[in-house]
Design a protein around this ligand. Structure first.
Ligand code: CP
Length: 313
């Protein structure tokens, strides 16, 4: 299946390896556009995009908006906090209202798992999941894979460590689904309370020691500690977490010499990653942001546009 044939992009669990490759391949020329002096191309002129975020975001919402603009889409952000959602309008009615304005694509983030699929089943607009609860964050994982391929030259057969709050992380789930399709060895590591035991059934290896998980690793993807979920008592304190799982040079000394450090952002410096590593030469954290725009341009282009446009000339 080519991405164009999909109405929606809801997650990577059900996406074929070939579709992921198609997006990653298309993201490279999109990145060239971003790095030009004049960034706009007419590929999606006349198409309209709306972002509807029920949770906070800096990177995902803004990068979808600028990705649409670089492709000449008309873009609108619905600010949920000041919308009629606050007057009690249901999500279904909100989406129908947006649909009737003629939007082609809706990018949605919501704190409940499964909302993106529910909405996709109730609208003719294309729906792109920008993160739903603890379920999936597909475009984050796609940009992570694009960043890995850019640095490592391949995706196949790498040892990739995901460290931190695996339990609550939609980024971890989407990464796991995608990386396993490329034959990667995926290692998850964190406190036992933040690792769901059934995650092993997906085909990942579980570790409780960062030093052991890092041995021989090609990539270490550091997940954000979700402070907003701390009150559920799953980890005692940030200090105790960082005493064992703060990613620093010493703890990952057994990783490969050219280990790549990723972080989806926003970072809690000194809690899950130390500043020297986040800003060091092994880190692609800043490039991930640019790659996020490129990957989202590729997704929009492939879903909404075509495959034979001047952007690939
Ligand atoms: N990585 C990520 O989803 O960041 P935002 O919450 O800022 O969008």
């Amino acid at each position: 299946m080519r991405l164009r044939q999909r109405k929606d992009l809801l997650g990577l669990r059900d996406m074929k390896k070939e579709e992921i490759e198609q997006i990653i391949d298309a993201a490279a020329p999109m990145k060239d556009i971003i790095l030009r002096d004049i960034k706009k191309v007419p590929a999606l002129r006349g198409k309209a995009l709306i972002t509807v975020f029920y949770e906070n975001s800096t990177r995902t919402r803004t990068s979808f908006e600028i990705a649409g603009k670089y492709l000449s889409m008309d873009t609108v952000n619905l600010t949920v906090a000041s919308s009629s959602v606050q007057k009690g309008e249901s999500i279904k009615d909100t989406v129908k209202t947006i649909e009737m304005m003629g939007f082609d694509v809706m990018v949605m983030r919501h704190n409940m798992s499964g909302v993106a699929r529910y909405i996709a089943n109730h609208t003719d607009m294309r729906v792109i999941n920008a993160g739903d609860g603890q379920n999936e964050h597909p475009t984050q994982a796609l940009l992570d894979l694009f960043s890995i391929k850019e640095k490592k030259g391949r995706l196949e057969d790498l040892k990739v460590v995901l460290v931190g709050d695996i339990l609550h992380s939609r980024v971890a789930r989407s990464n796991i689904y995608a990386l396993l399709k490329f034959g990667c060895e995926v290692r998850v590591v964190g406190p036992s309370t933040l690792i769901p035991p059934d995650i092993e059934q997906l085909g990942v290896k579980i570790f409780y020691s960062l030093e052991k998980a890092a041995a021989g690793a090609d990539v270490i993807n550091v997940l954000r500690i979700q402070r907003e979920r701390q009150e559920n008592g799953l980890f005692p304190s940030l200090d105790e977490y960082s005493d064992l799982f703060l990613v620093n040079r010493e703890r990952i000394k057994k990783a490969k010499d050219d280990v790549l450090i990723l972080h989806p952002g926003p970072m809690n410096r000194g809690v899950e990653i130390n500043g020297e590593l986040a800003d060091g030469i092994s880190s692609a954290v800043n490039e991930q942001v640019t790659n996020g725009v490129a990957v989202r341009m590729a997704v929009l282009y492939l879903m909404v546009g075509g495959v034979n446009s001047e952007v690939f000339d």
